[in-house]
Design a protein around this ligand. Sequence first.
Ligand SMILES: NC(N)=O
Length: 675
Amino acid sequence: MADTTKTPLPVGAGYGVVIGVGFFFAFLMMFISYLQNRYTQYSTHQSEEFNTASRSVKPGLIASGIVSAWTWAATLLQSSTVAYQYGVAGPFWYAAGATVQILMFSILACKVKQNAPRCHTYLEIIKARYGTLAHLVFMLFAFVTNILVGSQLLLGGSAVVTSLTGMPVYAAIFLIPVGVCAYVILGGLRATFLCDYSHTLILMIIILYFMFNAYAVSPLIGSPNEMYNLLQKAGTQRPIAGNKDGSYVTLKSNFGLIFGVIQLCSGSGTVFLDQAYWQRAIASKPSTAVRAYLLGGLAWFAIPFGFSTTLGLAAAALTDNPRFPTYPEVPTSGQISSGLAAAFAAETLMGQGGAVALLIVLFMAVTSCASAELIAVSSLLTFDVYKAYIQPKATPKQLIFVSHIMICVFGLTMSVFACIWNAASIDLGWLFLVMGLLVGGAVFPTAFAITWRKQSKAGAIAGCLSGLAAGITAWLTTAKHYYGEITVETTGLSYPTLAGNLASIMTGLVVTTTITFIRPDNFDWEVTRAINAVATEGTTPIDTSTSELSDAGEKNEITAISAPTVAVSTPQTDLPAHLAPTTQEEDDPNTLRRAFKLACISAFVLTFILDFLLPMPMFFSGYIFSKGFFTGWVVVSFIWVFASSAISCLLPVWETRGGLVRLFKKMTKDLGRKK
Ligand SMILES: NC(N)=O
């Protein structure tokens, strides 16, 4: 842990940001919820609105929500750690290794719209398809995923808050979620989207501030040329093991590549098994879910790539500068693994201003992701535990009440687990590399549950459990084999975590497909399409064979509204009106089929480009960047961050311009009447 006597900011700054900014957003949310309830048709007092944002959110805001949910503390801190450890390969593999899952998720987002358009959670699909035992097994993996993600957010966030301000780490761990719980309770899922938006906006501005400072302004670096020179020098003084000639400016980095593979496996678990991503698919307008995920994935890439190509590399470049916090020593491996490379760089480059900017950007990342996790877990606990097993006939009021309670329960749970990791000397780096092997077994069984009608129940359950067993076995035996003992240190190293992650995800895949091929299922998707459906006598389901539309967007809404064959009109006794789906939730099957094709082609092509076509030739040729190539690399990171800002900050405003104008008119009319 950092020396608290030398912190760049006073302890009050830590409390100020953690409590002050948290409650600022809570009050902002209170105001937004008031406007929403008063001037729009969406009420935060309705369970459906609270948990699914009435399934009406447009792709720009969903993309912004995806960017924000996938931007963890680790996205900023761990990416800078691997930049410090592996040079330019670190930021590249961090970003490329965790973008593809979001792109791939576009396929699941489309399938969930096709095969379970009215579900609240993905576990409802598992229960409807495979029954209670599978529901409980998958629920275990879902909760483990959310607990790991939630607690590592607080672990990484609190380590940096403590290092920058000296705030006691346990105080940070418990106080960070308080404001977030408050604003999520006040606003529900739509609130998290709006706060996600504002957080992403601030995040992008601060990332650009760091980038411009490091590459254009700072007297310590000030240009890609100088960064290149400093990195070349660092490569001769502290050569990187496993990198071509020990260089910082090459993608021929053996441990960087190993990290990339771990990132691919671990990211698959933490996206596919996290209700937060399903929730964004569920909340989006059916016809645009795919677009939202593709945009969100591409926009997210820029965050770790731009941030750590700046601060992670700056930390490596400036380690020998007298302004570097650990000078004349180099940082310890424990400090780097705790995620402090970015903090050291920000402080060296910009002094207190850098520390404040980092504190804010980190707080934005932690809280926006925490809000997504809170509402995601609250939905699972409400619909998959309370409604499924405790109170099947729960009223909307009860559902909302339970959702609120569960947000607090999970907020506390995240904090308790973060304390446990901290007390056990487990840091962000360790948790980041180990997470995937604990949940990876369930990745393919979960993806197949919504995409493959043949996957059998036995295959699904056996895939999850055997993946878990194989992952843990491979992890621990590799640690013992290579390092002779099983300790926190040896189990957090590259080879054991690589073995564990690969074993877990691949065993899950092989076991579920093998068992399925032996005795395939022939599942009828009508079962999952009927989840939460309210079939009213005398009505017919929407015709799935007609309607030719060329536009996936607005035209579809028009068709949906005017569809003559409406599946729902009157609620059944056990489902309140607002829990019943509306015709707008349905989408034209042809449009969805086209969206599915787009998702598959885009996801596979982009994955191929990002993870093979771009890096592999540079890896196998052992190319060390020239100065010109490095400058181009940095320029690309700038362009990507600008493009990402346009997607996640400008697009949502552009899409809702009509609604914003209407809201403004209603407000001014209202104010005029009151005068
Ligand atoms: N969300 C991640 N993997 O940074």
